[in-house]
Design a protein. Structure first.
Lengths: 128, 131
């Protein structure tokens, strides 16, 4: 006999009230980051230099800009999920933990937005 | 704060060295890479600001200390990548036996070392990657 309520079983959220969402998203983002990060590192190494002109020419290519945006978004998401667990493990006390998690969440959204904005600005050539 | 044992409550586990080391290394390298993301976005924002802003950022990004940071990020990236793949294999239910896990721990160290050396070998010779 299960002691779980029928509603609880259907929701599948478990004792953490969040189900497997965190775990699953961490896996999804990690799978996506394998090709994205390898592409990024290999591309950087393959560039003739890291001078301004070279980089702007590189980032003006549609695929480069697209993959860079995906990289920044996925990396920020994965980073937030990972740092969150570290905070939950080591910051005890509900107030301090909640505050830290909120700050870390905001910081990651800011990083993601700034990264996407920067890539788009370079790709669309607004910077003089 | 409750008085019951709280996660991770390290003292209750008997951890042979490799399990502890690979797990904590994955966490440390992950945190290092989060800092690396900050650096990546700083670099992208500097680029987005135009040639003068990029030149200004380059002065910071080419400090001797920065090279140490890049080296640490390469180490962190290679390790976290390979250790993450090990976790993904575990998630399929494979490789969880003690002997297999010990074997894969060494495999992770070996493969990530090879990746680090490959990257170092690419960056080292000409110094071509100084902006």
């Amino acid at each position: 006999m299960s002691l779980r309520s029928p509603l609880g079983r259907v929701l599948g959220a478990g004792a953490a009230h969040d189900g497997v969402r965190h775990w699953w998203l961490q896996r999804l983002t990690s799978i996506a980051l394998v090709p994205l990060t390898v592409w990024f590192v290999v591309s950087l190494l393959a560039l003739p230099s890291l001078g301004y002109g070279t980089l702007v020419a590189w980032m003006s290519q549609s695929w480069t800009a697209l993959l860079l945006i995906l990289l920044v978004l996925t990396a920020a998401w994965h980073s937030q999920l990972g740092v969150r667990v570290v905070v939950e493990d080591y910051v005890h006390g509900t107030g301090a933990r909640t505050l830290t998690l909120v700050v870390i969440g905001f910081a990651h959204v800011l990083l993601a937005a700034a990264g996407v904005f920067a890539v788009l600005r370079v790709a669309f050539g607004a910077a003089q | 704060m409750p008085t019951r044992p709280l996660s991770p409550h390290l003292s209750v586990y008997r951890m042979s060295r490799y399990t502890l080391a690979t797990s904590i290394a994955n966490r440390f390298t992950g945190i290092a890479l989060s800092a690396g993301l900050l650096l990546l976005v700083y670099w992208l924002m500097a680029l987005a600001g135009g040639p003068r802003s990029y030149a200004r950022a380059t002065r910071v990004l080419t400090l001797p200390l920065a090279k140490l940071v890049y080296a640490a990020l390469v180490v962190a990236f290679c390790y976290h990548l390979v250790a993450g793949l090990r976790h993904l294999v575990w998630d399929t239910g494979h490789g969880l036996e003690r002997a297999q896990s010990r074997h894969s721990a060494w495999l992770v160290v070996a493969v990530s070392l090879v990746l680090m050396l490959l990257i170092a070998w690419h960056v080292w010779p000409a110094g071509a990657h100084a902006p």
